[in-house]
Design a protein around this ligand. Structure first.
Ligand SMILES: Cc1ncc(COP(=O)(O)O)c(C=O)c1O
Length: 442
């Protein structure tokens, strides 16, 4: 760690707050580009873990923030509400499907929003249990980590009321190869899980990511989410979609569940909602969010400056046509990456929807042995070559591609070129593996 800034940061900032893939020291960012403290520019395929949906430093957001702060730097919406929060809530209610009475809860992160789900859904439903998926990432607070099934949270036991079921991973089917993955998983839930450890009449709801992101950018079979909705309806359970990472246009629709026209009872939002400012939201059936007064509140919830940024963010997504852009450019990116797969043996699978794309690396395509170290090496080399990517997955072997939605065709071509170069450098053993190993990632 030679950079003086990073050495100082290493001394002062908690390791609990770190997940590092390479030694970047950030200075500034604009659009799709990040500039480091030495003036080097990087094309960013991470959007800061999918936060910078509309890109960095959008002038409309910065002027809104200034105006909003000057009008009202803060009010605690818990006790002294103002109208920006109301406008945003109305917008979110209008954007989400379902004609039932809905309300909105506001927080600061995906974690506290999923904590809202963990606390309120069982209480409102008067059923103690919840179901979530192995590999899912819902957050790091106690409630949200209890719902999670990702190795990042397994150091903590969490609440015992959550039963975890396998996610339908088409590339690594949890019960072995099958032409009927959806049926297999849903039958397992009904015939094994419900009859043994998780009686449906005692289960309040199922929380799911439409694309399991940190679990490995896994896209379920097309019939899975409709099947899950049908199961929830049949047993009167709430269907909760965690859209924190892939919501708000990234998949080429407003929400991942819009691809199958589903109607969740609860939608969880965060990350890109505030265009960089911290804000999260839960949009849900009224009876869930009204189950008690003052039972899940944070002093700065619905911060007016974050709310005004979020409102402007939604307008920008609409007015700049970013959802369609994510769909079209996502298809192009996927096509280009599949061309790369034809060339690089280590690429076992390329999958995604819109600009949520995963590239899974394996040691060989027959055994599908996860190539975690190679994945770390490719990400590291891309960084050296001026391209930022992170990796995800329960085997730490999936390159995650979630760029700002404003990425251009030319930038996509450049990104594929750099990835291609990084794979060649890996094959030619040109990557400094000792340097790579200092960055453990997940
Ligand atoms: C699907 C999903 N839900 C929730 C979270 C947690 O959000 P936060 O880190 O803002 O607490 C994440 C973070 O990666 C996520 O991907």
């Amino acid at each position: 760690m030679s950079h003086p800034f990073l050495a100082a940061e290493d001394q002062l900032i908690a390791n609990a707050l770190k997940i590092r893939f390479y030694p970047i020291a950030v200075q500034s960012a604009k659009g799709t580009r990040i500039t480091d403290q030495d003036g080097k520019s990087y094309l960013d395929l991470t959007a800061g873990w999918a936060v910078a949906g509309i890109g960095y430093g959008h002038p409309r957001i910065s002027s809104k923030i200034k105006i909003s702060y000057e009008r009202l730097s803060f009010t605690s919406q818990l006790s002294a509400p103002e109208p920006t929060m109301l406008s945003l809530a109305q917008e979110l209610v209008n954007m989400t499907p379902g004609s039932f009475p809905k309300k909105v809860w506001f927080g600061h992160s995906g974690s506290d929003a999923n904590d809202c789900v963990a606390k309120l859904v069982p209480l409102a439903k008067k059923r103690a249990r919840m179901i979530s998926f192995m590999g899912s990432y819902h957050g790091q607070t106690m409630g949200s980590l209890s719902l999670s099934g990702h190795p990042a949270q397994t150091r903590f036991i969490g609440s015992g009321n959550v039963v975890k079921i396998p996610y339908p991973n088409p590339y690594r089917p949890p019960f072995g190869e099958t032409p009927r993955l959806t049926e297999q998983i849903l039958q397992y839930v009904e015939q094994e899980v419900f009859r043994t450890i998780c009686p449906p009449e005692d289960t309040a709801g199922i929380i799911v990511e439409g694309i399991q992101s940190d679990g490995g950018l896994i896209v379920p079979p097309d019939d899975f989410l409709p099947g899950l909705q049908e199961l929830c309806r049949r047993y009167d359970m709430e269907l909760i979609f965690d859209e924190v990472k892939v919501g708000l246009g990234r998949t080429g629709k407003w929400f991942s569940f819009d691809h199958e026209n589903l109607v969740p009872d609860v939608v969880v939002l965060g990350k890109s909602l505030g265009a960089g400012l911290p804000i999260s939201a839960v949009v849900a059936k009224q009876e869930i969010l009204d189950v008690g007064t003052g039972i899940h509140m944070f002093t700065a919830s619905g911060n007016p400056v974050s709310c005004s940024a979020a409102l402007e963010n939604i307008r920008i997504i609409q007015e700049e046509g970013l959802i369609e852009r994510a769909r079209v450019n996502g298809e192009y990116f996927l096509k280009r990456l599949k061309e790369l797969q034809a060339k690089v043996e280590w690429i076992g699978d390329v999958r995604g929807r819109g600009l949520a794309i995963g590239v899974e690396l394996v040691e060989d395509r027959v055994t599908k042995a996860p190539a975690a170290e190679k994945t770390a090496a490719v990400c590291y080399r891309c960084f050296e070559l001026g391209l930022l990517v992170f990796y995800v997955g329960i085997h730490s072997n999936v390159i995650e591609i979630t760029p700002p939605l404003v990425i251009s065709r030319e930038e996509i071509d450049l990104a594929v070129e750099v990835l291609d170069q990084a794979f060649s450098d890996l094959a030619e053993k040109k990557i400094n593996m000792d340097a790579v190993r200092q960055y453990a990632g997940w």
